[in-house]
Write a protein that binds this ligand. Structure first.
Ligand code: SF4
Length: 255
């Protein structure tokens, strides 16, 4: 897990692209991908180790990356984001960006901040209640986590609910919840999770585990599991606006 000082923190990538998930899909954003994560999800496909340098794509979509020394200072990050214009927001992603809350708290950017978080670090979330305009919060179901002890499951769920409470939607912030649904996800665990956070969010996104590359031709969902997720949406619509949206950036190969 990286340590974030106020002045500088390890960042893996900085680039400009479009949001590929959730209700803001297609919005133009700059992305800051921080190093490190406190979880170990069984479907994780993100390399969040600190590579020693940060990849910076100055021209969006070019595939040409400059190596920036790590850690990256607040002033350096602000200047690296400057070339990206007409942004909806700056996505703070990872890994887990809440590990870098002290650093994020000091950022001064001319566009809103969009936090993509696993929502399991309430003390860190508390620090950013005034800074974030959009919260894309995951509810990681305990069965999605590798190596979680049975006694840690309740704490994990309590921490998640507390993060949603702290960063809930209000007049100056949107907050929505994303739940990744695989073939083996039990609908009842999703319903329990949704019930716990429904009053804190504007909508719930059911995100079918999305295949990558050639696997796209071999869908992970059978007819039966498609029906299950559609039925799940119907049940959750009793609680909140609920949409089924896969990861769209994987479909057309953008970052
Ligand atoms: S929270 Fe995200 S980055 Fe961390 S292990 Fe889970 S999927 Fe990977």
């Amino acid at each position: 897990m990286p340590s974030s000082s106020y002045e500088a923190t390890p960042v893996r990538e900085i680039f400009c692209s479009v949001q590929g998930e959730g209700p803001y899909v297609g919005m133009r954003q700059a992305f800051v991908r921080f190093s490190g994560c406190n979880l170990n999800c069984n479907y994780c496909d993100t390399n969040f180790e600190n590579p020693g340098t940060c990849d910076y794509e100055k021209v969006e979509g070019s595939g040409i990356f400059e190596k920036i020394p790590n850690p990256v200072s607040i002033e350096k990050l602000e200047s690296l984001l400057q070339p990206f214009k007409k942004l909806h927001s700056v996505s703070l992603t990872g890994g887990e960006p809440l590990l870098h809350a002290d650093f994020i708290e000091k950022l001064k950017l001319p566009v809103p901040l969009y936090l993509e978080s696993n929502m399991t670090l309430p003390e860190q979330a508390r620090k950013l209640r005034e800074n974030i305009a959009y919260v894309a919060g995951d509810f990681k179901l305990p069965e999605a986590l590798r190596e979680i002890r049975p006694e840690a499951r309740d704490v994990h769920v309590e921490n998640t609910i507390e993060c949603f409470r702290l960063l809930r939607k209000n007049s100056s912030r949107d907050c929505f919840c994303k739940i990744v649904v695989g073939r083996d996800t039990k609908p009842e665990t999703v319903i329990l999770a949704a019930e716990a956070i429904a009053s804190y969010v504007s909508c719930i996104i059911l995100q079918p585990e999305t295949p990558v590359g050639s696997a796209v031709r071999t869908p992970r969902f059978t007819q039966g599991s498609v029906q299950t997720i559609i039925k799940l949406q119907k049940a959750l619509l009793e609680l909140a606006d609920t949409r089924i949206i896969p990861q769209t950036h994987r479909m057309w190969g953008c970052l």
